[in-house]
Write a new protein. Structure first.
Length: 220
């Protein structure tokens, strides 16, 4: 791919599919092997930039960055870290809207490896199944902790919730700031991005309005 095309994909924040593109051998190596290899490669990057890695302040940076990538920022790539979304029977028969809002988004853009930070708001109307509230937060946390595109993040969360809750009546809204927009490129410090994905009853404006009303009238 030529350099101009590479820039265009990054600046337009294009994603190629709902699935995160992963190699077939993505998890053949252990986390420790990955950390060791990334440490080696990041040391080369720093040296290429002209940094003196014999300096006490810099000498540990390749290891810190490698550990951060594997263990702290991108653990959501590995399916073994996926939270188990155990569901319960909807015994109390609650069947109106439930909104889990202000869920922290801590992610990174897959085009520049720079932070994406913001909040997710998620609503569903239970049918036969309900899910523990914190499981929704954990699912968001899992999918956020991989190199991402905001649209795909929204779709991955929506799809999984629809599957485990056995209903299409789910809505996912994410508002987030992208450091690759605020700190490079156009360098716009104030703009942020909102994505809204939904299915089932949320195709009906009445339900979307009820959801937005809850979001816009925070009572906590
Ligand atoms: Zn980006």
């Amino acid at each position: 791919m030529d350099k101009e095309h590479i820039e265009i994909i990054g600046n337009n924040h294009m994603a190629s599919s709902v699935e995160t593109p992963l190699r077939l051998d993505a998890f053949d190596k252990s986390d420790n092997e990955k950390i060791k290899n990334i440490e080696h490669h990041f040391e080369i990057i720093m040296k290429e930039l002209g940094l003196d890695l014999t300096d006490d302040s810099l000498s540990g940076t390749p290891y810190r960055v490698a550990k951060m990538y594997v263990k702290e920022l991108f653990y959501g790539l590995d399916p073994k870290n996926k939270p188990k979304l155990s569901t319960f029977e909807n015994k109390y028969g609650y069947n109106k809207m439930l909104v889990e809002q202000n869920i922290t988004i801590d992610s990174a853009c897959e085009h520049h490896f720079l932070p994406i930070t913001g909040h997710a708001h998620i609503a569903y109307l239970p049918k036969d199944k309900v899910v523990g509230l914190s499981k929704i937060n954990r699912l968001v946390d899992y999918y956020a902790h991989r190199p991402q595109v905001q649209e795909r993040l929204s779709l991955q969360i929506l799809r999984d919730l629809q599957n485990v809750l056995e209903t299409k009546d789910v809505m996912v809204m994410i508002s987030a700031k992208h450091l690759c927009v605020s700190s490079r490129g156009i360098k716009d410090k104030d703009s942020f991005t909102t994505t809204v994905e939904y299915g089932g009853c949320f195709e009906n404006k009445v339900y979307r309005d009820e959801f937005l009303n809850v979001i816009n009238n925070q009572t906590l």
